[in-house]
Unconditional design. Structure first.
Ligand code: PLP
Length: 371
């Protein structure tokens, strides 16, 4: 839609995407370029190159408190998306149910359908700050449930799972003997001292949790397609088969870039997170000055999930359509993220301060003009 309008000569401020606008840090690019020049242009082991597996094992140990044996418990994948897909393909049989607290990222339910399973939403309440509770999970669990999928920091709500919420997830999973899939791709993008907790570290969780992560968001590497999944050895053996017989491996020179990302240049990530922090303030403060809109500051990721129920267009889809047509601002209706997203819209702040400031002004003008 944005492209169509742009082709028609309309100027559109795009706050709909989920892609960092920064260049991939230079030391990562240099490492991958060097690897290409050194001839790392062939298949690698399906699981991933040893240097990257080791770097991931070390990162999980030091940063997340997760202990793995890299040679058996990690699979490097071409993207977190593929890591999620082959994880779900491995643990879900046709007819199984996957409980997903919502609002949630759009691809989880499609992936569940693609493997013949059924996504079951556990809607969270805006009034409760989209907090995950035992009650919300229990209401969604049936005797067909095989797994619970959680995403922290969350796209689209910006919530970071608290230790208490993580305990709720793990205790329900243990009680009903379920897998947990934890999508932690935004873990490095957190604000105001929010602390990322990996569910796999909780008692009883390691043997049932698949932890997914990737390079797209923290390192501005969306186009590189690189991620990984770690988990119990027996499950990872099966995940590896799915990788072997679908994509074989992630590209070798891309994996070389991944090693550089994990082992060097933490400052580059910090600089990007600092800038996201400034943009977050700009967008949240700006939105909260607009009549009928309230927006809680996200604790993590790079999305503002604004409550528009006080405007004259409380329907999220109508609001988004109006803003695209009248304000020239692309944003995403909360309903795209499943039950619980009604009355909300998601605005990405992975874009420049200038675009954010202009978008807030244009939304304000459209509201004043009659939305
Ligand atoms: N998980 C979440 C919550 C996301 O928002 C995204 C991308 O938007 C992904 C996973 C996919 O990441 P990747 O680019 O590694 O496939």
């Amino acid at each position: 839609m944005v492209q169509t309008l742009r082709r028609q000569g309309r100027s559109v401020l795009d706050l709909g995407g989920g892609e960092p606008d920064f260049a991939t840090p230079g030391h990562i690019v240099a490492e991958a370029t060097g690897a290409l020049e050194r001839g790392q242009t062939h298949y690698t082991p399906s699981r991933g190159v040893p240097a990257l597996l080791e770097a991931i094992g070390e990162k999980l140990r030091v940063e997340n408190g997760i202990t793995v044996t890299p040679a058996t418990d990690v699979v490097v994948t071409p993207s977190a998306k593929h890591a999620l897909f082959i994880s779900l393909m491995t643990i879900l049989d046709p007819g199984d149910e996957l409980v997903v607290p919502t609002p949630s990222w759009v691809s989880y339910s499609s992936m569940a359908h693609l493997v013949g399973a059924r996504p079951v939403a556990a809607p969270l309440k805006a009034a409760d700050g989209f907090r995950i509770t035992r009650r919300a999970l229990e209401a969604a669990v049936t005797d067909r449930t095989k797994a619970i999928l959680v995403n922290t920091p969350n796209n689209p709500t910006g919530r970071v799972l608290t230790a208490e919420e993580a305990h709720a997830v793990v205790s329900v999973a243990v009680e009903h003997d379920l897998f947990i899939v934890a999508d932690e791709i935004y873990e490095k993008i957190v604000f105001d001292g929010a602390e990322h907790v990996s569910p796999a570290t909780l008692p009883g969780a390691a043997e049932r949790t698949l932890t997914v992560n990737g390079f797209s968001k923290a390192y501005a590497m969306t186009g590189w397609r690189l991620g990984w999944v770690s988990g119990p050895t027996d499950v990872m053996r099966e995940v590896l088969k799915a990788q072997e017989h679908t994509v074989s491996c992630a590209a070798g020179f891309v994996q070389a870039g991944g090693v550089a990302a994990l082992t060097r240049g933490a400052d580059a990530v910090q600089e990007m997170v600092q800038e996201y922090g400034a943009r977050r303030k700009l967008i949240v403060d700006g939105l909260n000055t607009l009549p009928g809109i309230t927006c809680a500051a996200p604790e993590g990721a790079f999305y503002a999930f604004a409550d528009i129920r006080g405007t004259r267009l409380p329907d999220a889809e109508a609001f988004a359509a109006w803003m695209l047509a009248e304000a020239g601002v692309a944003l995403t209706p909360g309903t795209a993220f499943g039950p619980g997203g009604e009355g909300h819209v998601r605005l990405s702040f992975a874009t420049s301060r200038e675009v954010i400031g202009q978008a807030v002004d244009q939304i304000g003008a459209a509201l004043a003009a009659g939305a």
